[in-house]
Design a protein around this ligand. Structure first.
Ligand code: SF4
Ligand code: SF4
Length: 95
């Protein structure tokens, strides 16, 4: 594209806006993960502390315990750090 053909700033669409609400559900962030949280279901007490702390809402309530949604878990490790009974362990992806 030559310099003359390039669009000017006034012809570009406005950036930084969400044109469709709720679109983050289509953006699977699980493939960013280097470490995977693994849950020991026998240790989990269902206290939901990990559910409160997870920044990606990747902890699912599954009474009487929880489950991890790996489509959206980025592997930050906050859940493992906050779990009072150490029911979540971070393991390297592919290990
Ligand atoms: S914080 Fe630990 S014990 Fe509590 S629900 Fe999560 S995994 Fe289970
Ligand atoms: S590792 Fe991070 S993103 Fe994944 S479930 Fe735990 S707190 Fe949520």
């Amino acid at each position: 594209m030559s310099e003359a053909e390039k669009p000017g700033s006034k012809s570009l669409p406005i950036g930084g806006i969400l044109v469709k609400p709720g679109s983050s559900i289509e953006y699977k962030t699980g493939d960013w993960r280097a470490f995977r949280p693994t849950l020991d279901e026998k240790k989990c007490t269902g206290c939901l502390i990990c559910w409160i702390y997870c920044p990606d809402s990747a902890i699912i309530r599954k009474p009487p315990i929880v489950a991890i949604n790996y489509e959206f878990c980025k592997g930050c490790g906050i859940c493992a750090n906050e779990c009072p009974v150490k029911a979540i362990t971070m393991v390297e992806e592919g290990a």
